[in-house]
Design a protein around this ligand. Sequence first.
Ligand code: NOJ
Length: 559
Amino acid sequence: MSSARTTTRQVPGPVRAADAGWWRQAVVYQIYPRSFADSDGNGLGDLRGIISRIPYLAALGIDAVWLSPFYPSALADGGYDVDDYRDVDPRLGTLADFDELTARLHAEKIKVIVDIVPNHTSSRHAWFREALAAPKGSPARNRYIFRDGLGPDGGRPPSDWASVFGGPAWTRVPDGQWYLHLFAAEQPDLNWDNREVRDEFARTLRFWSDRGADGFRVDVAHGLAKNLAEPLGPLPGLNHLDGTLPPGSHPLWDRDEVHEIYAEWRRVFNEYDPPRAAVAEAWVHPSRRPRYASPDGLGQAFNFDLLDANWNAGELLRVITDSLADAQRQGSSTTWVLSNHDVVRHATRYGLPPEDGRVGARNWLLTGGASPRLDRGLGLRRARAAILLMLALPGSAYLYQGEELGLHEVPDIPEDLVQDPVFSRSRGAEKGRDGCRVPLPWAVGGPSFGFGPGTAHLPQPAWFGPLSVEAQERDPASTLSLYRDALRWRRELQAAENMEWLPRTNGRVLHFTRPGGWRCLTNFGPAPVPLPAGDVILTSVPVEGDDLPADTTAWLISG
Ligand code: NOJ
């Protein structure tokens, strides 16, 4: 993005991250395979579709891709209901396709992170079918969490626990027992006290590591260890973060015992050279994050504090300062996330008024996007400022497919086409997460805007065309160009994992420097602020003159 104050220095060529500790400051691009690119026209994205877009990924300038689940699945929860952990869904390809994808990404120096889902299998997994066919108390049932029900005929569930997606967390099977599922009924929870379960997952980690996976994203990492001592009493709430219980004492989430599992995983990761990396999806109190991210455990943990924060200098100052201090204590690097496949896209969040004082879009989604009014321009402007801020921070940055196009959430998917189980299990009280999973627009037109030769598995809105890759690729002012420029500069300027706040940082402005003189200034508004001395190399929107307008970020280097 050029401006009157922009230096004439050329954007540098790519410099790749070193292998040792490659993940510490990597830019990881999340691909949700079923919505990325469809090579065969069946409406679902697939591995060959991803292969066909490797030049795009290379040009973007990322260090790694994280592939959301591509395993065989009935898609009861978008693929997070896994039928077989060591295969590829035939609709998405074959193991040979995975090998080719990995080899070709590696040839571009892009690492591969596989999503591993250890808290639950799908109800179609061979183990669960076996458990259903086996009698009560059998070893096959002991791989899961089966219990007798309450009441004279056992007709009431073993406890009143609710699933995260709404509705009861127990489902009854024909012989009268009940099994636990913290998510959908098609996702029975595994019993991690069972040695066989632990050994099986170690085999799966080796399976993908042997095939060239460089790391793992660990789904619901805080859920595996549970205290299921009888009686299974009422819970103060399913939410272990509401402050009712001291951190670490909820029977279902974030228990200390879970770290014994990850210590075993670490030993598996360290069998490889370089050791396989891992990142925990752990929705835990910040004080509890370090253990997931410890070098004896998974090594890194998602930090969702940035994603949860309002667009506000004071709040972000606190989040950034605390996150960096935590990372230093844990010996890991911080992760930064603004969007993923579970949350409303950040361009949309930033364009809506806060709900109950917090950033949120629940009501907007429930009205199909009618109310409150989304200010698309403001949301995108802030999203562009936010990504430059995030990419200048020390640590690793996780991007979600489509954010580089400045996509907004799709709020108006007709109810009969909604796929997310959250919608049905909450009886429509929540719209769900489909709106950020709509297949990507690659072309201005066509049956699915270039996603594939046929139509897409979720309906794409007409406004996707002008936001397509084709429309943005050659426009230097596009959001895609901004991401490409930012990632190239980041490689050039990336330095040790620290930063220093500079004096201009106040209630409206964040201003910091990285070692080597890379500086980042964000103006949260409402009035313009003077740009400091130095060469402006990138701004989130065009800037004329010597002032940085509201909701804008500038990167500078010493003149
Ligand atoms: C977290 C995943 O990100 C989400 O998509 C999924 O629904 C739940 N875990 C259950 O696997």
